[in-house]
Design a protein around this ligand. Sequence first.
Ligand code: HEC
Length: 144
Amino acid sequence: MTHLRTILIAGFALAGSIAYAEVEATDPDVIARQTLMKEMGGAAKAMGDMASGKTAFDAAAAATAKATLIDHAGQIAAKFEKNPTDPGSEAKPEVWSNWDDFMKDAKALEAAATGLDTTSAESIGAGMPGIGGACKACHTEYRM
Ligand code: HEC
C-alpha cells in the first residue's frame, strides 16, 4: 500500500515537473499562462509532499492548495485564449484547433480538484492520482 502510494506520487511529480525549455518566453500572455501552470505545479507539489509524508500535514495549507488548483483550472480558458507567436511557448497549435477538447481537459482538472478531500494526508494521497492524471492527460496532447 505504502509502496503503491509512493509510485503514484512519484508519477505525479513527473507529470507536474517543469519541462526543459530551450527559450524563455517573452510574450506577456505566454508568461502569464506559464505562471498559472507553475502555480498549479506548486500547489500540487505541496499536496504531494503532505501525502507522501515529506512535509507535515497542514489542513489550512492543503485547503489553500486545493483552492488554488480549482481557481487556476478555471482560469485556463482566459489565460490560453490568445495565441501569440512566442518560441518560448510549449503549447501545441492543437490547443486552439481543438479548443473544445482542450477545455474538456481543463474542466476535468477542475472537477478532480473540486473532489479532492484535503482533511488528511491519506485522503489527499487518495485523490492525487486523479489530479496528476488530469495534468498529464492535457500535457500529453497539448504540450510539446
Ligand atoms: C487543459 C490543459 C492543461 C491542464 C489540465 C494542465 N496543464 Fe500544465 N500546461 C498546459 C500547456 C498547454 C502548457 C504549455 C504552456 C506554454 O508554454 O505556453 C503547460 C505547461 C505547464 C508547466 C510549465 C510552465 C512553464 O514554466 O513553462 C507546468 C509546470 C505545468 N503545466 C503544470 C501543470 C500541473 C501541475 C497541472 C495539474 C495540476 C497542469 N499543468 C494541468 C496545459 C495544461
